[in-house]
Design a binder for this molecule. Structure first.
Ligand code: PBG
Length: 341
């Protein structure tokens, strides 16, 4: 117990009895701070995004994402063994597709012999307990670098949804635990749920990128996948960063169409959106700590301007505090390795 201060140590000119509430009392020691901590960040909350490419024995650095690599499947499997041993339970898989396999309709996205289905099968064969989440969108497969089919400069909605459904079925067949539509086409969650159920994939979940903003924070990811739009931007399908109520509408639609998990993306500049969505739904809320958020912290840390582990933990904790139940983060492995308090 704390020794009572001697009479002589108390400044008689300060009228201490007037201070009835002393919040600092609960911050006095580490044990006490842990006892009253409102938010806990644990490895159970983290989903690790990983990049896969064709070839063998490849571990290719991504300059704008230090510490993150594009792996060929053989190396990826070794990496996942490490990641699993560290306590990470879920990954999100993103493919680098060779330019010659890209076309306007993203047909490679539903090739059962394609990179993603082959990778999912191999992962599930070796690590059946690892949760595998696959991205559903056309951009890695699109010659235009857009998330849908392009006609006269317009991204077609319903035609794209038909392709997305084929892509989701192909991923389910390969063994994905969750299909994750990140395309922002209207009606895709409902179409996907219906098709999955009709084919018997009732246990395959949908993680919907519900409130996905047209954000400049995706730059490094597009470097990683060589998937930047070849013309224009994604503002006719991704959301306007100025809108919050519209995010609630998108979430309500995805929930009614059968989503299991709803996501906000990016996370850091959208903590208010995470918080509002948490109030508006009973589904678990996922935050995507995106590539640009990762790159900013890495860049400042490389210059010695910030203390990386502290900033990362503070940032991820802020997402949980805002209401995120789960976080997709490129920091997951490092957090698991050394940083978790
Ligand atoms: C593609 C997709 C993107 C991201 C995840 N899925 C990029 C985009 O919409 O252009 C970005 C992830 C990140 O920046 O970390 N549909």
């Amino acid at each position: 117990s704390q020794p009572k201060p001697q009479e002589s140590e108390v400044n008689p000119s300060v009228s201490t009895p007037a201070i009835r509430h002393r919040p600092r009392r609960l911050r006095r020691t580490d044990a006490l701070r842990r006892l009253v901590r409102e938010t806990q960040l644990t490895l159970d909350d983290l989903i690790y995004p990983v990049f896969v490419r064709e070839g063998t024995e490849i571990e290719e650095a991504i300059p704008s994402m230090p510490g993150i690599y594009r792996y060929s499947l053989d190396v990826l499997l070794k990496e996942l063994a490490v990641v699993l041993r560290l306590g990470i339970k879920a990954i999100a898989l993103f493919p680098l597709i060779p330019a010659e396999q890209k076309d306007n309709a993203g047909t490679e996205s539903y090739n059962p012999e394609g990179l993603v289905p082959r990778t999912v099968k191999a992962i599930k064969a070796e690590f059946p307990e690892l949760l595998v989440m696959t991205d559903v969108a056309l951009d890695p497969y699109s010659s235009a670098g857009h998330d849908g089919i392009v006609e006269d400069g317009v991204i077609l909605n319903d035609e794209t949804v038909d392709v997305l459904v084929k892509q989701a079925l192909c991923q389910a067949e390969a063994g994905a635990d969750f299909v994750c539509p990140s395309d922002m086409m209207d009606g895709r969650v409902g179409a996907m749920r219906q098709a999955l159920d009709a084919d018997g994939w009732t246990q395959v979940g949908i993680l919907a990128y519900s409130a996905k903003y047209a954000s400049a924070y995706y730059g490094p990811f597009r470097d990683a996948l060589d998937s930047a739009p070849q013309f224009g931007d994604k503002k006719t399908y991704q959301m306007d960063p100025a809108n919050a109520r519209e995010a609630l509408k998108e979430v309500a639609l995805d929930v009614s169409e059968g989503a299991d998990l709803v996501m906000v993306k990016p996370a850091l500049a959208y903590l208010d959106i995470i918080s509002q969505i948490k109030q508006a739904t009973t589904l678990p809320v996922v935050a995507y700590n995106v590539s640009g958020e990762y790159a900013m912290i890495k860049a400042a840390a490389e210059r010695g301007w910030i203390d990386e582990p502290s900033v990362v933990l503070e940032t991820l904790t802020s997402m949980k505090r805002a209401g995120a139940d789960l976080i997709l983060t490129y920091f997951a492995k490092q957090v698991a390795l050394t940083w978790l308090p």
